[in-house]
Write a protein that binds this ligand. Sequence first.
Ligand SMILES: Nc1ncnc2c1ncn2[C@@H]1O[C@H](COP(=O)(O)OP(=O)(O)O)[C@@H](O)[C@H]1O
Ligand SMILES: [Mg+2]
Length: 823
Amino acid sequence: MQDTQVSSEVEEVEKELKQSSERFRRSKVQSTTADTEAGPPRPPLKTNAKRLTFQNVEAIAVKKKGVRQEILKKVCGVARPGQLTFIMGSSGAGKTTLLNILTGRNLKSIETDGEVVINGRNMTFTEMKRLSAYVQQDDVFIGMLTVKETLRFAAKLRSPHKLDKNELDSIVDELLVMMSLKKCENTKVGSMTDKSLSRGERKRLAFACEILTDPPILFCDEPTSGLDSFMSHQVIKALRQLTYEGKTVVCTIHQPSTSVYQMADQLILLSQGHVAYAGPANQVDAFFGRCGYPIPKYVSSPDHFMRVISHKSFESEEEYNKRIEKIVQEHEKEKSSYSSTHSSRREQAIEDMDSFPRTWWCQFFYIFHRSAVQLYRERAVLLVKLIQTLIMSVMIGACYFQMTIESQYLPSFKGFAFVSVQMMHMLFMMPAMTVFWKDYPVVVREFQANMYSPSAYYLAKTTADSIQYLVFPVIFSTILLGMTDLPLTLYIVLHYLLVNILLSLNACSIAQSFAAMCGHLATGMTVLPIVVVPLMVFGGFMITYDAIPWYFVPLAWASWYKYGFEAITIVFFETINMIPGCGSANTSNSSTVSPMSAQGNCSTGPKFIEDQAFATSRTFSFDGLSIGNQLNSKGHMDEIIKPGRSYTVNTRMTQKITRKRILRNDGVSMSKMTNELGIARFTVQKIVKNDLGLTSYHLLCGQFLTEKSMESRVEKAKKPLEVLRVRRLSDVIWTNEKIFTIQPSSNCRNHQHLLSKYKAEPPKHRMMFNKLFPKLVMEWTGLTSEGTVPLVFIGRNVNIISEVDQKLVLMGVLRPWIISHLR
Ligand SMILES: Nc1ncnc2c1ncn2[C@@H]1O[C@H](COP(=O)(O)OP(=O)(O)O)[C@@H](O)[C@H]1O
Ligand SMILES: [Mg+2]
């Protein structure tokens, strides 16, 4: 009674399917006729039958510590064209593994063996990929695209020939009708968390994507899992429909409902990696009857044999194994009667090339377009990022509001450079990592389907995303520069922007390479800070490059923070001839002396750059020119003193290096050389005097005085001058101290320079013209009888000889000054 009901139901479904298939065929024929009017006729529907046979398929999973698990044991089976073949078995029976082997996918850490034959010819994995489509169990899509867009993208990249717009539209429309997706064609596919399509629709979309290319063989892994019985029926119905076109359809199924099961033509039952039954679906009940497990009344056929081949909780392992062995043996005995001879038509060898259907540029363009659409759809995220950038840049700009290049701002400048570099990382590093992972499963799937090359995907995706890596750094940099009072020339602004853009691109690449190397998002996110933080520490903000212990020097070399910091410092400081406020470092009363200018030699921009242990150069330190410059200043590679060398070394090598330096740069500064060689000043002096027989000279240079510091000096000088009680001008003892000349002197506050003996002129003609000639010079006129110091300021460009000096300083400046200040 029940049987007749079920069979009439099946007949009804069959009839319905055949009708709808006819309708589909007719629509294809019609569209072909329509095309005839517009262009060349499309080829008629081809049956292209493929008979799939697999023999002695074995699979062994190689686990950790060499543990091997046999998954499939000598599995054989046949799938015929125009038939729906079900592979059934309990969970863990090896169904997915079998499909993976047949399609040549996801076989990492699995050893395989056996033959896959199509129409009598052994197939390679590449050939199988080209003949078949595989709908895997979990459906992964780009959630931001609509159903139609997803299909269009797949059609453009999978179709064997380039499609024009009409062809593309008609193919996509046909598939939408065939898979009953027309009503949701403009619905976004949605992600796992943000669902828009139903599971059944997602599944049908996955089929549609796979059958676009009209493959003769279709594999589906658990197409009904997670679907209700109606949905399952709809999905299997769609598969059944494909068999009417002559396709070979193989699908694994776990627990089919009766109506779904009735649609199967052939059945392969797997149990514990063995084939328990392989043959026509309608003979399986009789087979189990012969094995001693006849179907009880009121139990459906699939429920019955699934129960027989499954391990029951109350039975022992032994009992279960015995039962399965018995069934497998029975099947082995009967196997020959099911298996028929190979089809008469032998498959032609398929050209075994692993190329993609579309050219690289086509792939690039289509992926770029898709990524741009994705980016546009996710514009809310971009908006949030824009707001974040605006807030951060205004906040940071407020911290450095009206900062300019002056001694008092030098420590702040370091902070400014640090924040610039750091912000480029903060804004882009972590988000770049997650973007990569969001698309990863889809990309793997599409790559497996031979749609595009990884290089095309990576470059297209990065190019589309780069829009944000260009725009946000520009917004950030513009606001920040606008709020400070830093000197802005086109050169500086463009370079600063360029540095920030490069840093953001770098942050993104680093994040993506870590995500790829770690193979897991969470691991990548944990590992990244472990690498990034030390590189930040040795970026030059917290410790200068020359103070880094030798064993950490490689970290500094690798630190992109260092290069960013170096580039920003150089851009702003290389053209600064004089940093205002730095000269006051030598006077004790100046309140404006910052700790850094007091420590460092910061009177000029290049000196400040050197203070940070960076090389001064018009170009950034990482280009070839700058390396050339560095070598030029340091001389031979031998001259670069290795870190860790002892501080008092007077070796032949040091003598040679010192001599070379003096020869190359006549007038080299003693302190500079001492710093660069990394040995004690005393040692260098000894080498110069005793070993090389040279004399060192002091360069008595003036100091630059700002209006402010001049005033403070006058204030300071007033006090001693008040107690001076000058009666006659001659009471003021004046020493004829020359400035801007080189002469032996013991004045320690001035710079000591070395001149080689190898130049012909006598020392006194070797005037050291400081290229950074100060605007005003101050002369310390010497001690008075009271032991105090009056001051004289002389304008620049005055050639000071003794006569001029007396007239100008004593009569012209000092006298009126004293009169005005003391009387
Ligand atoms: N790559 C692999 N590494 C280790 N074991 C695997 C691997 N793939 C599958 N297995 C094991 O093989 C058995 C069969 O898996 P599978 O083919 O997915 O079963 P089914 O699809 O029938 O549920 C399971 O026990 C599974 O743990
Ligand atoms: Mg499975």
